[in-house]
Design a protein around this ligand. Structure first.
Ligand SMILES: CC(C)(COP(=O)(O)OP(=O)(O)OC[C@H]1O[C@@H](n2cnc3c(N)ncnc32)[C@H](O)[C@@H]1OP(=O)(O)O)[C@@H](O)C(=O)NCCC(=O)NCCS
Length: 251
């Protein structure tokens, strides 16, 4: 138990630039206190002393502002920074070396007792302040969850998820789309921060289609003119369809 505590203290000093001494971490970090209480509560829970587990957890919540269900499994060197408002559900699992900031919820969306309702965090996951991770899925090793994100589906290892509902940041995919957009002379082609949002996807799909239709019409008109066919002025007149501007509005 003391070895684990020492490990916790060291990991906080390594990860929090504001920590000035081990004594300060031991006495003034509610995340450390909550983990100490949780270890007791979890032991009681595993011995089927359910009320005692709940009571220790409740006491810990009162003293630290961090609510960890005694059934939750928490790995080593987990750092709950600030901690106020953190809620960790019964079937949540947290891997070694995770960092969790204040007001994070590792919550459930189903009410079925006995099922895995809460998320599993892999090793070294960082969950930003105010983020909600809801459901019995896995957030892969080394993933980052942005502050205030609402995550409702699995996050691959090493990925960063931000927003509500959370989307995975994918710099490579974004730059590939940007290149394609440049080739088309138009920036809508999926270059959006909200590609997981179905409405955004649909609007970008329509914009892409409109741009492509315009391009084909222009092609036909050029061919007709080249063949000596003069077009009616009404056909010639272009409207003010500004796909780039519309695309930015949708982003
Ligand atoms: C998600 C996070 C880990 C991303 O860090 P990063 O990999 O360095 O990413 P960047 O800062 O380069 O941002 C990448 C993009 O995501 C956006 N982004 C970053 N964090 C975001 C968030 N929380 N919500 C929405 N969008 C976010 C950025 O605006 C940027 O968008 P752009 O490419 O359109 O400019 C970080 O922003 C974060 O939220 N960390 C939690 C910190 C925290 O809770 N601290 C509490 C201390 S008390």
């Amino acid at each position: 138990m003391f070895a684990q505590l020492r490990e916790d203290l060291t990991s906080v000093r390594e990860r929090d630039p504001a920590a000035r001494s081990t004594w300060e971490v031991l006495t003034c970090y509610p995340g450390i206190h909550a983990l100490m209480f949780h270890r007791l509560a979890h032991r009681a829970w595993n011995r089927r002393w359910f009320w005692l587990g709940r009571f220790i957890s409740h006491l810990s919540r009162f003293l630290t502002g961090i609510e960890i269900h005694p059934g939750a499994r928490i790995g080593r060197r987990v750092f709950i920074d600030h901690g106020m408002g953190v809620v960790i559900g019964e079937t949540a699992e947290i891997g070694d070396d995770c960092t969790i900031y204040q007001a994070v919820t590792l919550g459930g969306t189903s009410l079925y007792r006995g099922t895995k309702r809460h998320p599993t965090l892999g090793r070294g996951v960082v969950v930003g302040a105010g983020a909600k991770v809801l459901g019995g899925f896995t957030v892969g090793d080394g993933a980052k969850i942005g502050s205030n994100a609402v995550v409702v589906k699995p996050v691959p290892a090493g990925a960063t998820a931000v927003g509500n509902p959370a989307r995975i940041l994918d710099p490579e995919r974004d730059s590939a789309r940007a290149q394609k957009a440049e080739q088309m002379g138009f920036s809508a082609y999926g270059v959006t921060r909200d590609m997981d949002d179905p409405l955004s996807k649909a609007l970008h799909g329509l914009l892409d289609h409109a741009v492509e239709t315009d391009r084909r019409l222009q092609c036909l008109m050029d061919r007709l003119e080249a063949a000596g066919i003069t077009l009616d002025a009404a056909v010639e007149k272009a409207d003010s369809f500004d796909a780039s501007r519309l695309s930015k509005m949708v982003d």
